[in-house]
Design a protein around this ligand. Structure first.
Ligand code: ADP
Length: 162
């Protein structure tokens, strides 16, 4: 069985993340989307909120039944081993992503050689989309609605209007 772990901050989830998840769901038997807890990035949304946002985003795709959402802490490959994932899935938007992801993948391979990192190229429509840009726009009450699933727009906007 192919079981891919898609780890990330998802702070908040974007259409780029969702596109990757939906494409991966056709390629792998099972996908676990895992929200990294307590990371150095000081997330804006709590892990519970990020899990809920991922769950809400997937509600629009009831035929996609092989995707689970979870939370993890610590080394990604250790979590992959714990849940029996044999693939780490990451997205590549640019050469900058590639440089960073390459180092991460080699490091992960040295710790857990049996786990293969697989990269998906970002859909060109989402190449400019990132959680950072969404947070930046939302914090200035600017329009970010084309970057996240429709069902998340109000929740994200509300967070920044507090
Ligand atoms: P991290 O903090 O681990 O980078 P992110 O939530 O920013 O977490 O990203 C998680 C994964 O999603 C990474 O592999 C990243 O490359 C990928 N990703 C982020 N934005 C996009 C996008 N617009 N299109 C496709 N993949 C993306």
């Amino acid at each position: 069985m192919t079981h891919a772990l898609f780890p990330g901050s998802f702070d908040p989830p974007t259409l780029g993340h969702l596109d990757l998840i939906l494409r991966a769901s056709k390629m792998f038997d099972k996908i676990t989307v895992a929200v990294l807890k307590n990371n150095a990035k000081n997330p804006i949304f709590s892990e519970q909120e990020r899990v809920e946002m991922l769950q809400m985003s997937l509600l629009a795709y009831p035929t996609v039944k092989n995707v689970g959402i979870s939370v993890f802490d610590g080394l990604t490959v250790r979590y992959a081993e714990k849940i029996g994932a044999n693939v780490l899935l990451r997205g590549l938007r640019s050469a900058v992503d590639l440089e960073y992801e390459k180092t991460l993948a080699y490091t992960n391979a040295s710790v857990a050689p049996e786990i293969e990192t697989v990269f998906f190229l970002t859909d060109p429509a989402y190449v400019h989309v990132s959680s950072t840009i969404v947070r930046e726009l939302a914090s200035y009450q600017a329009d970010f609605s084309q970057m996240v699933p429709d069902c998340l727009v109000d929740k994200i906007a509300a967070h920044f209007s507090k």
